[in-house]
Write a protein that binds this ligand. Structure first.
Ligand code: NAI
Length: 291
């Protein structure tokens, strides 16, 4: 068989994931599929068990679509639930924190995780907007910490954005790159700054598209077609805003406005739609109507 690229690095032997929601479940599933064993920590035993059950169901669906090379149950058997960070084994190679987007909660969880694991463990946050630099400050060994920003849905998405804080050691970045490549995913490496690369550019385009609707430059469909047909984007910026959620986009825009300045000021139309409960796909209406 001919190879189309360099061999994948071996997956980390053992991974800890904290938070078994949408993102944490996807991260745990991806590492288990790559061959790692995983400890999945959620807030109490019941929540952790439920998260593992949801992942098992997701693996069965993946198996039905022919996406797994082994039975779903064999992959699921590599994921063990844990009621708290105390359940993380000391020899865990990588811990990825994916709890709610709350800086104080993340800081407390990361400090707890550091107490449970050994000195060689890499610690990462999946935050989509918070300062990786500020989170690093709560750790005794900030050199072992970085941002690993996965995309939703994790098992199907290609990209992981690696976010370097000033304290992140070069060896930490190298090992994290190997872990990302072991999943068959591609990387971009960015310096810690508000919105990293992906959210900053994605939100900038989305906000400008909303201002164009406000100014009646064109209908949402036409603005989206300009990007999908003209620039080959897989989805137009307004449809993407609907899929992500207008409330989520508004929260990120407010944060980028506060940190990067006026060019990220949320458009009036975005605020009005959120106030009316037009949150996009999840509420049935945003810039489009959804079934
Ligand atoms: P979610 O709300 O689906 O899941 C959060 C999970 O954290 C829940 O299972 C919750 O029980 C758990 N949790 C809360 N407190 C905990 C504690 N003390 N100990 C252990 N677990 C605890 O959230 P989601 O969407 O998975 O997001 C998680 C993180 O990923 C956030 O930082 C978010 O900004 C980031 N992110 C989200 C993306 C998305 O598209 N949803 C994309 C990229 C990053």
């Amino acid at each position: 068989m001919t190879s189309t690229g360099p061999a994948r690095p071996a997956p980390p032997a053992h991974v800890g994931v904290i938070g078994g929601g949408r993102m944490g479940a996807g991260i745990a599933q991806s590492f288990a599929q790559a061959g790692s064993t995983v400890t999945l920590v959620d807030d109490g035993e019941q929540a952790a068990r439920l998260a593992v059950t949801r992942i098992t169901e997701s693996l069965r669906r993946a198996a039905d679509r022919g996406l797994l090379t082994e039975p779903a149950e064999a992959v699921a058997a590599r994921i063990a639930p844990a009621a708290s960070t105390a359940g993380l084994p000391a020899d865990t190679a990588l811990v990825v924190e994916a709890v709610f987007e709350d800086a104080a909660l993340k800081a407390a969880i990361l400090a707890d995780a550091e107490k449970a694991v050994g000195p060689e463990t890499i610690l990462a946050t999946n935050t989509s907007s918070l300062s990786v630099t500020e989170l690093a400050a709560v750790l005794k060994q900030p050199g072992r910490f970085l941002g690993l920003h996965f995309f939703n849905p994790v098992p199907a998405s290609t990209l992981v954005e690696l976010v370097k804080a000033p304290a992140t050691a070069p060896a930490t970045l190298d090992r994290a790159l190997d872990f990302v490549h072991a999943l068959g995913k591609q990387d971009v490496v960015v310096k810690d700054s508000p919105g990293f690369a992906s959210s900053r550019l994605g939100v900038a385009l989305g906000l400008e598209a909303i201002r164009m609707v406000e100014e009646d430059v064109a209908a949402p469909e036409a603005i989206d077609d300009a990007m999908t047909l003209g620039y080959k984007h897989p989805m137009g910026p307004l449809r993407l805003t609907d899929v992500v959620g207008l409330d989520v986009r508004l929260a990120i825009a407010e944060y980028l406005h506060a940190t990067l300045g006026e060019r990220f000021a949320p458009p009036r139309l975005l605020r009005e739609k959120v106030a009316r409960g037009e949150l996009g796909r999840k509420s049935g209406k945003g810039f489009y109507t959804w079934q």
